[in-house]
Design a protein around this ligand. Sequence first.
Ligand SMILES: C[S@@+](CC[C@H](N)C(=O)[O-])C[C@H]1O[C@@H](n2cnc3c(N)ncnc32)[C@H](O)[C@@H]1O
Length: 183
Amino acid sequence: MFLGQSCRRWRVTGAIAPSGRALARAMADAVGEVAPGQVILELGPGTGVFTRQLVHQFPAARVVAVELNPVFAAHLAEAVPGATVVTGCATRLGAHLAGLGLTPADVAGVVSGLPLLSLPGDLPQRAIAAVAGALRPGRRYVQFTYSAWAWRRFDSTGFHRGPVRRVWRNLPPAFVLPFTRSE
Ligand SMILES: C[S@@+](CC[C@H](N)C(=O)[O-])C[C@H]1O[C@@H](n2cnc3c(N)ncnc32)[C@H](O)[C@@H]1O
């Protein structure tokens, strides 16, 4: 299914296969502290590799997964019933939170599988701005990328970047970029 969607919508899918479990664990580990009842927002969950890990690793949290592709979103809602799936664009995070009766105060962190390097136009920058708007200072935004170098072209004003972690056991190997929302 992933490959089929990738062929139909390459620029927004940005990969030919789902991430591996080692990357999912590294992404979840980078989220930091999550209090019971708090929300972890996931952007671009695809077929749910990160979603499953988040639900497993943070059983007392609520995982809200925002997916643009309705085919992936429908699959995910069935495959991972422990998560709340929103079909929509990551750039509209404020509206998605409000629709669920949530505010940034509820959000412990954001985990993003968005393919920022292949998304068209100003979508990547608008997605990053939406993340900044959804996070209180001190909270984490965890992004994965296949090129930590190319990623530098994005403006991450409003975030401090922590140490990058490389995950070799992924096809292709990937980087986990942990950002903390600044004041
Ligand atoms: C590289 S795939 C990652 C999927 C999954 N997280 C993984 O690692 O296997 C990118 C995902 O982001 C989704 N996506 C792309 N643009 C989006 C947007 N603006 N809002 C929400 N999801 C988006 C795609 O449909 C796809 O599911």
